[in-house]
Write a protein that binds this ligand. Sequence first.
Ligand SMILES: [Zn+2]
Length: 458
Amino acid sequence: MKVIDTTKYFLAGLFITVLFYFSINSQLEKIGAIAPSSEQSDKSNPTFSAGISEAELTRLIAKSPEVHEYYSFDNEGLNIYASPEDKTLNKAECKIYYEEFAVFNRLFKAADIETLKAIYSQKDTSRIDLEHYNGYFSENDYQHVDGSLPLSGIKIALDPGHIGGDMEMAILEGKYVRISKDKGKTVSEFNEGNIALETAQILAKKLIALGAKVMLTRDKKGVSAFNSTYDEWLQNDFETALKTELEADNIDQKQYTFLKTKADKKEIFHDFFKGLEIKERARKINSFHPDLCLIMHYNVDEENYWQRDRVQNLMTSTEQNYSMVFMPGAFLSNELGEVEERIQLLRLLVTNDVVESMKLSSFVAEEFTNTLKVPAISPYSEMGYIKRVSVFTGNPGVFARNLALTRMIHAPVCYGEPLCQDNDKEFQQLLDSNKSRVKDVADAYFNGIIKYFKRQVQ
Ligand SMILES: [Zn+2]
């Protein structure tokens, strides 16, 4: 067993206190209660005035040290390089001057990824016309109307993970729990997609009651973010999507031929559909311009998951239970080869998304332990995804991880994994038709969001 370093926890606590102070200010500014502080308009230090040091920010965004070879700060601004070689040659593919940071902050919130790509490549290392971009935001899509309810004018996106529906679909997705106590004679089962949706729907009601505007990426069991079932998509949209992706160079001729002629339904789902559907979720969320986004999943114990019976898809329950939350960051060296990926790295360096995601995620993680009584996973966990691809933030249960959705969503993001569905007790409670455990999880998210917005609710 590892000895807990108390200094680390003290520093983490101190860090949270500092964040707490900045959080209050930034939220008050957001609702127009106070003017932005002079610190935030300090052009010589535009990013790091938002409650995080440069050292801490760069620690959180990079899992591999090579990530730092894709950017540099100098006295004029931030340089992004297409490769580490380009950095040694001092050949930036894009430069954002400090006086442009505010514009890029708004651009990341207002523009879609295609527009951002066009601006990024046209800009190169030249200065943009600030006047032009001020006009660009005149539609004030993200200006809030004030209201009397605690969350009036706040926009919240909820993304319930997976697709769910019947067990056949859940087994195709690989997202289900199926347990038998008598060797398969009687089976108890449910699927993650369905309980994630139920949780999001309960949470949505609670948030709407407080005045928030809420968007769900999908709102019917078995219906994906494309607003159709997977079977309907195969029937109506698969062929067109294949051609589009081939033309956009997102798949090559070999993949195209395989998917078109050989792949079965399950292979098409995992090799092609899933990635497109996640992009659709990100597109929906970004065009909603949310103030925050929750990605809602339920976990299974990693070891247990791989021991599923291949014939009957049965698993045994486990004593393990833990919670965790992911936020943007933790890029790996091989995750910056595409322009779009470097634009997402740029986002973490010029916007407040890292700081805000960390605040939101920390409050939610705290509620997973307080409200749900599920302990946060240890930062020393040997589990593959914690060890290899995540960066511990210092806040219990909160890790930076470069998942498709933590990367593609332009807002503060909290990707929640509140408990293990295959835990003995959780499994029994989740099966119960009174839905009390799902309601508990919705409450935990709700309490975390309220803490984030620092509002008193009766
Ligand atoms: Zn999941």
